[in-house]
Write a protein that binds this ligand. Structure first.
Ligand SMILES: *[C@@H]1O[C@H](CO)[C@@H](O)[C@H](O)[C@H]1NC(C)=O
Ligand SMILES: *[C@@H]1O[C@H](CO)[C@@H](O)[C@H](O)[C@H]1NC(C)=O
Ligand SMILES: *[C@@H]1O[C@H](CO)[C@@H](O)[C@H](O)[C@H]1NC(C)=O
Ligand SMILES: *[C@@H]1O[C@H](CO)[C@@H](O)[C@H](O)[C@H]1NC(C)=O
Length: 460
């Protein structure tokens, strides 16, 4: 009897051992909720290859559409007298920020038209603000009762409606999400407790982010609003471990670095560092520069002036600069409360798109070259793809000869200009072994390009 019991227990132990071993094996391939493990995850390659993305700031702030998307904070957090005067002048006494909600109608929101324009711009990913610091969600978040786009305003799932049109065009879908909410009572309570309590994170943030991921299966989460509290308050490492190990997007998901006041430029997926961050030398980690067409705001402003909008040349030069240093360029547009992308933005996007149609070969899926830029007669930038080197310049030399010092040509080198058939004549600089390229006559079509791309190939 005793012996029989013992062997049954042994059998049971043996039986139990197998699944345990399997668990141990898969556990070793899993990420643990600490930065060392999470930072070791290779970034899914689609992100680096994409190079160019569009940012869309849209929310209840698009209703006053004045100042910036920080309207609520400027008015009732910072008590800026200009904002107080604006409210006094334009709205009845007692009008509150949530009263703007019903006026956020998105009446002309046509996600197919958006996606058509985004495709025309050459963007390979789009990042929509699913929720900004005001807390209003553009999807029916189960934890944002009566402060979401289905309960209040358009009565539509703005996040969800865009998804199929982007997917159809193979544009990756990213969702911006603000951790903090300026005036959420649970957030204010935790803040009062110096973030020693997690009421807000538990009741709002974690369920909401998990809902976003499960519901829309985004390719990118662009986190923001992290700066007041440490990552341990936000439980960021726990969330990211779930995202990387067990979520439905674990293979393709890409995230940025805004996961706590101590994580920017240090931890996460790719680095944003600061808004409009632009390094001057080649960074070690994948990075992204986010910037906005309206130089003074990310959200739509009704009183925006055309000279406050980035010019075509500024955009293209910046895109090339960023890509030459291994970055991605995320360019923002702010739609109106009706869901219209202002025509001046639309024009800019179409121009970038037509530039990319000709010159994108040296941009998409390129890598930084051994030399990223050079400064001879004009500013020159480089990228490389396979063994082809691309040279970008935006000043046409008066004598029609572009002088490069970094490339070392051989007798098998050919030089061409993207968008121009045939090869260009070149010669070698006898002094410092540089390359002189004899440019074609600048036809009106060439002049229109603004930034030109040469391709250096080694013929086999
Ligand atoms: C939070 O920190 C401040 C400053 O260190 C301190 O004065 C306050 O008592 C703290 N509050 C709580 C609830 O711990
Ligand atoms: C955050 O993570 C810690 C450690 O795993 C856990 O004890 C805590 O309950 C989590 N907080 C929330 C709000 O999920
Ligand atoms: C390029 O030239 C400008 C003007 O002479 C100078 O300010 C800048 O530092 C130079 N940049 C590089 C990378 O050499
Ligand atoms: C090209 O250069 C190689 C190596 O310098 C040399 O051996 C070869 O003869 C050259 N070919 C021509 C056609 O000049």
């Amino acid at each position: 009897m005793g012996a029989t019991v013992a062997s049954a227990a042994q059998r049971r132990r043996r039986w139990l051992q197998l699944p345990l071993l399997l668990l141990a094996a898969s556990a070793s391939a899993r990420y643990t909720p600490d930065w060392e493990s999470l930072d070791s995850r290779p970034l899914p390659s689609w992100f680096d290859e994409a190079k160019f993305g569009l940012f869309v700031h849209w929310g209840v702030y698009s209703v006053p559409a004045w100042g910036s998307e920080w309207f609520w904070w400027s008015w009732q957090g910072r008590h800026d007298p200009q904002y107080e005067a604006f409210m006094q002048l334009n709205y009845p006494p007692g009008f509150s920020y949530p009263d703007f909600g019903p006026q956020f109608q998105a009446s002309f929101y046509d996600p197919k038209r958006w996606a058509d324009l985004f495709e025309e711009s050459g963007a390979r990913y789009v990042v929509l603000t699913s929720k900004h610091h005001e807390g209003y969600t553009l999807w029916p978040s189960p934890t944002s009762w009566n402060w979401n786009s289905v309960d209040v305003g358009p009565h539509r799932d703005l996040v969800g409606e865009l998804a199929p049109f982007l997917r159809e065009k193979k544009i990756h879908y990213g969702l911006y999400h603000s951790l903090l909410e300026w005036f959420h009572p649970l957030y204010l309570l935790d803040k009062k407790n110096n973030f020693t309590t997690q009421n807000f994170v538990k009741a709002k943030i974690l369920p909401e982010m998990i809902n976003l991921v499960n519901r829309y299966k985004p390719d990118l989460i662009w986190s923001d609003g992290e700066w007041e509290a440490p990552d341990t308050y936000w439980n960021s490492t726990e969330f990211l471990a779930w995202l990387y190990n067990d979520s439905p997007v674990k293979d393709q998901i890409v995230v940025n670095d805004r996961w706590g006041k101590d994580t920017g430029c240090k931890h996460g997926g790719f680095f944003n560092c600061m808004d409009k961050y632009k390094p001057t030398t080649l960074p070690k980690r994948k990075w992204e520069m986010c910037t906005t067409l309206d130089k003074r705001s990310w959200g739509y402003r009704r009183n925006m002036d055309s000279n406050e909008v980035l010019t075509d040349l500024e955009i293209i030069e910046e895109l090339v600069f960023v890509v030459s240093l291994g970055g991605n360029y995320l360019l923002n547009v702010g739609p109106t409360k009706d869901g219209i992308i202002p025509p001046i933005f639309e024009e800019r996007l179409r121009t970038v798109g037509s530039w990319l149609k000709t010159n994108g070969e040296g941009i998409y899926a390129s890598k930084p070259w051994r030399v990223q830029m050079e400064n001879t007669t004009t500013t020159i930038r480089f990228t490389i793809k396979q063994s082809d080197v691309y040279v970008f310049y935006s000043d046409w030399p008066q004598d029609g000869v572009l002088r490069l010092t970094s490339p070392i040509p051989t007798n098998r080198t050919t030089v061409s200009m993207l968008g121009v058939p045939g090869f260009l004549k070149w010669s070698q600089d006898s002094v410092d072994q540089g390359l002189f390229v004899y440019l074609p006559q600048p036809s009106p079509a060439i002049v229109k390009m603004m930034v030109w791309t040469l391709k250096l190939e080694e013929v086999k």
